[in-house]
Design a protein around this ligand. Structure first.
Ligand SMILES: CC(C)(COP(=O)(O)OP(=O)(O)OC[C@H]1O[C@@H](n2cnc3c(N)ncnc32)[C@H](O)[C@@H]1OP(=O)(O)O)[C@@H](O)C(=O)NCCC(=O)NCCS
Length: 217
C-alpha cells in the first residue's frame, strides 16, 4: 500500500535545490534559478512540496510552483508554472485502486485552495500538446483547453493553454448544489457557468495533434 504523503508550503531557499531537481529532471524548458526565484519569492504561499510522511526522506517527491496577479487590470489570475512528481511516485491512484492517492492532483488542489483565498477568478497554465498525463490530470479537475500555442516551447513543441474559471465562493456552493439536485432546465447558475466555460473552450478531440483542429485565437 502507498505510504501517506504530507504537503507543505514553500519555506525558503533551502527548498530551492529540491524543487529545481524535480522540475529540471522532468520539464523540457530549461528554467534558470532566477525563474524559480521569481515565482517562489513573490508567491511562496502558492507553492507546495509533497513528502512521504513515514520514510524520514529529506527529499520531496512532488512540487508545484505558481503565481497570482491581476491580468489586464480585470481578472485575478492564478498561473501554474511548474508541476512535477518523482517517477516512482506517479499514478499511485491508478496503481493502488483500492486506496488511491493522486499526488499531483493533491498538489494542484493545495495551490488552487491558496489561490481561492486570494480571490482568484481564473487559473491558467500551459502544457505540451502531447503531455497526455498532464492534460488528463488537469481536465479531471475541470480545466478546459482554451488555445493552442504554436511552437511555444524551446524544443519547438506546441502547447495547450488550459483554463479553469473559478466562480465566487457563494456561487460555487450554489453551482455544486444545482449540479447535484436541480434538473438541468432549472439550474440557471450551474448552466451559466458551464456555458461560460464552453464558450472559452477550443474544439479539439482528446489528445489530437491534428493541425486542422488548431484554434484560430
Ligand atoms: C503529470 C504528472 C504531474 C502527474 O502526476 P501523478 O501524481 O501521476 O498524477 P495523479 O496521480 O495525481 O493523477 C491524477 C489524474 O491525472 C491523470 N493521469 C495522471 N497520469 C496519467 C497518465 N500517465 N496517463 C493518463 N492519465 C494520467 C488521471 O486522470 C489521474 O486520475 P485517475 O488516476 O483517477 O485516473 C506527472 O506525470 C509528472 O510529473 N510528469 C512530468 C512533469 C509534467 O509533465 N508536469 C506537468 C507540466 S504542466
Amino acid at each position: 500500500m502507498p505510504e501517506s504523503i504530507f504537503y507543505r508550503q514553500y519555506m525558503g531557499e533551502s527548498d530551492l535545490p529540491h524543487i529545481m531537481a524535480l522540475v529540471q529532471s522532468e520539464l523540457s524548458e530549461p528554467y534558470v534559478i532566477y525563474t524559480f526565484r521569481y515565482f517562489l519569492h513573490q508567491w511562496p504561499h502558492l507553492s507546495f512540496l509533497a513528502y512521504p510522511s513515514d520514510s524520514g526522506n529529506a527529499d520531496p517527491v512532488g512540487v508545484i510552483v505558481c503565481k497570482q496577479s491581476m491580468h489586464r487590470d480585470l481578472t485575478n489570475r492564478g498561473y501554474i508554472a511548474m508541476l512535477s512528481v518523482d517517477k516512482k511516485w506517479r499514478k499511485r491512484g491508478i496503481d493502488y485502486g483500492e486506496k488511491p492517492h493522486l499526488l499531483a492532483s493533491a498538489l494542484v488542489k493545495n495551490s488552487m485552495r491558496a489561490m481561492k483565498e486570494g480571490g482568484v477568478d481564473e487559473i491558467v497554465l500551459e502544457t505540451e500538446y502531447d503531455n497526455f498525463a498532464a492534460l488528463s490530470l488537469y481536465e479531471s479537475l475541470g480545466f478546459i483547453r482554451e488555445k493552442r500555442l504554436y511552437r511555444f516551447y524551446l524544443n519547438g513543441k506546441d502547447a495547450f493553454r488550459l483554463v479553469l474559471v473559478v466562480p465566487p465562493p457563494d456561487q460555487q456552493q450554489q453551482i455544486d448544489d444545482d449540479g447535484e439536485n436541480t434538473p438541468p432546465a432549472q439550474s440557471s447558475l450551474a448552466q451559466r457557468y458551464r456555458r461560460s466555460m464552453a464558450h472559452r473552450a477550443i474544439c479539439v478531440s482528446p489528445y489530437s495533434d491534428d493541425e486542422d483542429e488548431v484554434s484560430s485565437r
